[in-house]
Design a protein around this ligand. Structure first.
Ligand SMILES: Nc1nc2c(c(=O)[nH]1)N[C@H]1C(S)=C(S)[C@@H](COP(=O)(O)OP(=O)(O)OC[C@H]3O[C@@H](n4cnc5c(=O)[nH]c(N)nc54)[C@H](O)[C@@H]3O)O[C@H]1N2
Ligand SMILES: Nc1nc2c(c(=O)[nH]1)N[C@H]1C(S)=C(S)[C@@H](COP(=O)(O)OP(=O)(O)OC[C@H]3O[C@@H](n4cnc5c(=O)[nH]c(N)nc54)[C@H](O)[C@@H]3O)O[C@H]1N2
Ligand SMILES: [Mo]
Length: 692
């Protein structure tokens, strides 16, 4: 592993001590951690009370981090496949033998065409170092194919980019002073707990909370109002709100005049969306729309917490655009507790070029593969348009066999005998089952890292609390070792992890502050757009986007119906969404027993009317199916599901489900209107009882 550079940076193995860290998980909260270590063993992980966003509190998942770290099934030595792909049969192998063989295989493929080598990674850790820190340098030097990292947020990111100019917005702490909070496509209690604490504070101070979500989530039931719209109809709702703002003149004309562009055109579009039209599309009462419009038009300050749940549909980018126009119309940005937050990550001055070293490409421009269509792309033969067949896959920080859409295809691709697959992991996941080599990686308690956040605006440093378990090595060290074996001698491959931490923000953040406190706050204005100054080309909030128009797209936001809308298929009448389970994080933590026990088993929530019509009773084992595949689980007849929509929660490990599949057996590889994102929540199914 990488040696810490000075004795003060050594993890303490002797006595009881506490170590400052950061939660690595893909969650907007990016908490500051304090790990208590006794005799080299991490005994407790707690939230840091000195970090205002964490405020001493952790979610249930991460407060059990030691259970995950010391899990008896943790991978502690390199493994080589001995059974057929997918059988999960491996034998231990030494690091040198594994790395020599992997380097030799990659060298042979690269001699033909390095683009046949595909990295595949996402946000198993959000750390800038163990994420792409050394990996990007390795793959750039190699000339491997690029990966378009679309699986989560790219539609919304493009929507924001084309409206506000980037992933920027309100500072989360100011939500506590808002008088109206619209929680839009977010189950904050499950996925953004520290924001929910702020919303609670606002509620105690008299704020009204409105939740817009097809599911009656844990969050929706605690808000004053829940608007349970059909999946993929958010743009229609937003346009109807604009209609009402115009009709009642609840507009901030001065703000619109000075700080926006395209209002005349957007006004015309909005006037095509009377509440009655939107109500029919969204499947909600007209009055809910008019009431929300009145509240939004007349309450100051009004804040919108948008989340990615509403952009996993065909029109996801347009929907984010429509919602992101609202604060400018009422001048909500004037107040620090007004405006909108989807992601704050654009505020961070990450020194990507210094960290990732794209210059190592030396003029080469490898092809790009979209991670959301990995199923199709693994099965694609060589062709002039596509380039070479994918011959090798290096997976780290991701579990694509469980999380990528249309798993039937993904599994078929991973099962290819002529594909060489290496998986860097903590556990033998569904993906690891298909590897030729599994390499054991360190967890956050065992390595250095540095973190931005997408839900607040602080930088966090993570120190290693304990030595790597077993033979586990850091992601960075594994890529360094491969680089050495492949003769990559650029000095950047010698950078250790502490140097990479320093490189990530350069001089933009005081590293001394981070070393001392574990966190540092970016110097940002409280109300970033009170006087306009959006990071768009014009500096204005772009209602009409010249950029989109130049791409031949609609320059205005519009409602784009789902690919798979209820009523469009005689065979599959139910819309299925598959939002996160509270006690899992995507597919991470599914194998932690205490958390899995809390979730119970894979469940499909179904409204009583839909269940009754199919003779399904609570607890029945059912088949959920469409033309792409089939998934078996138990039904929970529940008012959390609206009529016509079923909720298949969480991303379970396939091998822990009753039929060895999960919800992604049913989702499609179609892509969103912007950002080439997946459409997990744009999916029709039918459900049949297996218990009757
Ligand atoms: N506990 C936990 N926390 C998590 C995660 C997790 O898996 N578990 N995942 C993390 C990740 S990767 C991300 S990207 C973030 C954010 O992840 P998100 O996917 O935004 O997760 P949620 O906040 O649960 O919001 C999803 C909500 O959107 C609703 N929804 C589904 N379709 C629609 C729609 O068409 N319109 C509207 N208005 N709502 C819709 C769902 O019912 C759900 O309640 O959360 C992170 N935090
Ligand atoms: N049906 C459906 N599918 C979905 C979603 C949905 O809502 N519905 N949500 C989507 C979203 S928002 C996202 S972000 C994706 C998430 O997809 P992924 O980013 O693949 O997330 P995880 O499933 O959590 O898998 C991350 C893996 O990384 C590993 N890991 C963690 N830290 C490290 C490390 O330091 N080193 C190494 N080598 N490995 C590490 C973990 O053990 C874990 O197995 O899933 C998507 N899939
Ligand atoms: Mo995500």
């Amino acid at each position: 592993m990488t040696e810490p550079t000075s004795s003060t940076d050594q993890p303490s193995f002797q006595k009881s001590s506490t170590v400052l860290g950061a939660c690595p998980h893909d969650c907007p909260d990016t908490c500051a951690l304090i790990t208590t270590v006794e005799h080299g063993v991490a005994v407790r992980v707690q939230g840091n009370p000195a970090h205002r966003h964490t405020d001493g509190a952790l979610c249930t998942k991460v407060s059990r981090y030691t259970e995950r770290t010391y899990h008896p099934e943790r991978l502690l030595q390199p493994l080589k496949r001995v059974g057929p792909k997918g059988s999960g049969r491996f034998e231990p192998v030494g690091w040198d033998a594994a790395l020599d063989d992997i380097a030799a295989r990659l060298t042979t493929i690269a001699a033909r065409d390095p683009q046949a080598i595909q990295p595949y990674s996402y946000a198993g850790t959000m750390g800038l170092v163990q994420g792409e820190g050394m990996a990007a340098r390795f793959f750039h030097r190699l000339g491997a194919a690029h990966l378009e990292r679309t699986i989560c947020a790219s539609a919304g990111a493009e929507g924001l980019m084309n409206t506000l100019g980037g992933k920027v917005g309100m500072k989360v702490e100011h939500f506590a002073q808002a008088k109206l909070i619209v929680i839009w496509g977010s189950n904050s209690i499950a996925s953004n707990l520290h924001f929910w604490r702020l919303a609670q504070q606002a509620k105690r101070d008299g704020a009204r909370l409105v939740c817009i979500d097809p599911r009656r989530s844990e969050t929706a039931e605690k808000c004053h109002e829940h608007i349970a719209l059909r999946p993929g109809t958010d743009a229609a709702l937003a346009l109807a709100l604009m209609h009402e703002l115009v009709q009642h003149d609840w507009l901030d004309h001065d703000y619109i005049e000075q700080h926006t562009e395209g209002w005349a055109l957007l006004r015309e579009r909005a006037l095509q969306w009377p509440p009655e039209r939107a109500a029919a599309v969204c499947g909600v009462p007209v009055q809910q729309i008019t009431d929300l419009a009145r509240a939004y038009g007349t309450t100051k300050p009004a804040a919108i917490r948008l989340n990615y749940g509403m952009q996993r549909v065909r029109g996801g980018g347009n929907a984010v655009r429509a919602v992101a126009c609202l604060p400018a119309l009422v001048g909500a940005w004037r107040h620090r507790a007004g405006g909108l937050l989807l992601s704050a990550s654009g505020h961070f001055p990450v020194q990507r070029a210094a960290l990732h070293r794209p210059d190592l490409l030396a003029g080469r421009t490898p092809r790009t593969i979209n991670m959301s269509t990995i199923g199709n792309d693994l099965l694609r033969p060589a062709s002039p348009g596509f380039g070479p067949q994918i011959e090798a896959l290096i997976v780290y920080n991701s579990n694509p066999v469980a999380v990528a859409p249309e798993s039937g295809k993904v599994v078929q691709g991973f099962a290819r005998d002529d594909l060489f697959t290496v998986v860097l992991e903590h556990f033998q996941t569904d993906t690891a089952d298909y590897a030729d080599y599994i390499l054991p990686a360190t967890t956050q308690l065992e390595h250095w890292d540095i973190h931005a956040s997408y839900g607040h605006t602080d930088v966090l440093l993570n120190r290693p609390a304990i030595a790597p378990l077993g033979q586990a090595r850091t992601n960075t060290d594994i890529f360094r070792a491969l680089a050495a074996r492949m003769g990559f001698d650029d000095p950047c491959f010698a950078d250790d992890d502490l140097q990479l931490c320093r490189t990530a923000f350069g001089d933009a953040v005081s590293f001394e502050t981070l070393l001392e406190h574990g966190h540092a706050t970016l110097p940002l204005p409280d109300a970033p757009f009170a006087h306009g100054g959006f990071p768009t080309v014009s500096g204005r909030c772009t209602f009409f986007s010249p950029r989109l128009a130049a791409q031949g797209q609609d320059g205005l936001p519009d409602h784009l119906p789902n690919f798979e809308t209820a009523g469009s298929s005689p065979h599959y009448p139910l819309a299925m969404i598959s939002p996160p389970a509270r006690n899992f994080l995507n597919s991470t933590f599914v194998n932690v027993k205490s958390l899995r026990d809390m979730e119970g088993e894979p469940l499909l929530e179904m409204h009583a009317d839909d269940a009754g019509a199919r003779g399904i009773q609570n607890g029945h084992l059912v088949r959920v199916f469409n033309d792409r595949g089939e998934y078996r689980c138990k039904v929970k007849v529940s008012p959390r599901a609206r009529p016509g929509v079923v909720n298949g929660l969480g991303v379970w490990w396939r091998k822990l489900g009753p039929s060895g599949t999960n919800v992604n057996e049913l989702t499609s590889q179609k892509l969103t209107d912007m950002g080439h994102g997946p459409v997990f929540y744009d999916c029709l199914v039918e459900v049949a009882s297996l218990s009757a």
